[in-house]
Design a binder for this molecule. Structure first.
Ligand code: NAP
Length: 341
């Protein structure tokens, strides 16, 4: 059986997902595409040699009886309307982050999904599919380092020429927010955002770097550095300190060279190669689960929690205060989901 997929937004990540579904993964076929730039949609149909209809807009694509499931990879502010329309049409939808650009928008999606009575939404937090993060979670779950007490994390980009304003938090740190609560199976209760001396490599008006301190319900303390112009490479670090041991996120595989009295290995310079395998696993697991009528990836509730936490981070940054994070109780609809990825 093949899942007939319609893709809304054929920009960078939309093209990547179309390519992997068409050439690398099993069980999915792109049969519909749309983009606000029709030439861009036409170009991907030609490049990937797709047998796909080009729709005038996302709503027409969602309504098509030929489309079984929807992938939303358009510009962030359009996500909410396309996810809500997919829910209204009763179609499974994979939405790239953000689920919506406001916490209220995410809550509207949560409410609509709960009201529909069927879990249909998966959010593209791809780190949950990374082998290293999965191994780290297994280590914690198997109690190999005892009870987690503290986490030391870093998200570093070599440079971020297109970043401005709060993007280090809204576009980069969002991944840390999702992955750390998933790793710990815990929620955040407060956040503090510290702004160290600013790097001279940051774009005008943008703070870079940040030190973000989170506290969880269980009392775990997290310090996370976000530094998007670090110059030396793309580097994601996570160390979990437990009461009987310490576990580190594995480094990406890289040959270690001993030469000229030096020990060296390469560091990646871009996020794509760092997480390319995770993207493949993410979309393959979404196709497999959707074909079985299941939904087990990051949920609309997860998208909502991330959005509430981002808002608290921004308030903490602007006020320079410790800001509490108040979440309503997770609806049983999500707690009872069959498999948690
Ligand atoms: P992009 O290259 O700008 O692609 C977005 C595409 O959607 C563009 O072609 C855009 O057209 C089009 N679009 C805008 N409004 C639309 C609408 N109403 N209907 C159909 N198409 C529309 O951006 P991207 O880098 O692919 O990012 C897309 C989304 O994926 C963003 O939300 C981003 O945060 C997310 N993303 C996630 C990851 C991850 O690691 N999970 C990585 C990359 C991106 P215009 O260019 O004319 O606006």
């Amino acid at each position: 059986m093949v899942l007939k997929i319609g893709v809304i937004g054929t920009g960078a990540i939309g093209k990547d997902h179309i390519h992997r579904i068409t050439n690398t993964l099993n069980g999915g076929e792109i049969i519909a595409v749309t983009d606000v730039n029709p030439e861009q949609a036409e170009a991907v149909v030609e490049t990937e040699n797709l047998n796909a209809e080009i729709f005038k807009d996302g709503h027409a694509l969602i309504q098509s009886p030929n489309v079984d499931a929807v992938v939303v990879t358009s510009w962030g502010p359009t996500h909410e309307e396309f996810v809500l329309a997919s829910i209204a049409a009763g179609k499974p939808v994979f939405c790239e982050k953000p689920l919506a650009t406001t916490a209220e928008g995410c809550k509207r999606i949560v409410d609509a999904e709960v009201e529909s009575g069927k879990q249909l939404v998966t959010v593209g937090f791809m780190r949950r599919y990374d082998q290293g993060y999965r191994a780290l979670k297994k280590t914690i779950k198997e109690n190999q380092i005892g009870t987690p007490l503290m986490l030391h994390c870093a998200h570093r980009n070599q440079n971020a020429p297109a970043f401005h304003g709060d993007m280090p938090i809204t576009d980069s740190f969002v991944h840390e927010i999702d992955i750390l609560r998933w790793l710990l199976q815990d929620d955040y209760v407060s956040v503090q955002v510290i702004q160290p001396r600013r790097t001279r490599f940051a774009n005008d008006g943008m703070q870079d770097s940040y030190m973000i301190l989170l506290e969880t319900k269980e009392g775990i303390r997290i310090d996370a550095e976000v530094f998007v112009n670090c110059q030396y490479g793309y580097d994601v670090q996570c160390q979990v300190v437990g009461d009987t041991g310490i576990a580190n996120l594995p480094e990406p595989a890289s040959v270690v060279v001993r030469k000229d009295a030096k020990l060296s290995s390469d560091i990646l310079t871009d996020w794509k190669p760092r997480f390319i395998d995770a993207y493949d696993v993410e979309i393959q697991e979404w196709i497999d689960a959707t074909l079985k009528g299941e939904m087990n990836g990051p949920s609309a509730w997860d998208g909502y929690v991330v959005s509430v936490t981002v808002d608290a981070c921004l308030e903490a940054k602007n006020s320079e205060k410790i800001i509490p994070i108040d979440l309503p109780e997770c609806p049983s609809f999500y707690r009872e989901a069959k498999v948690e990825v």
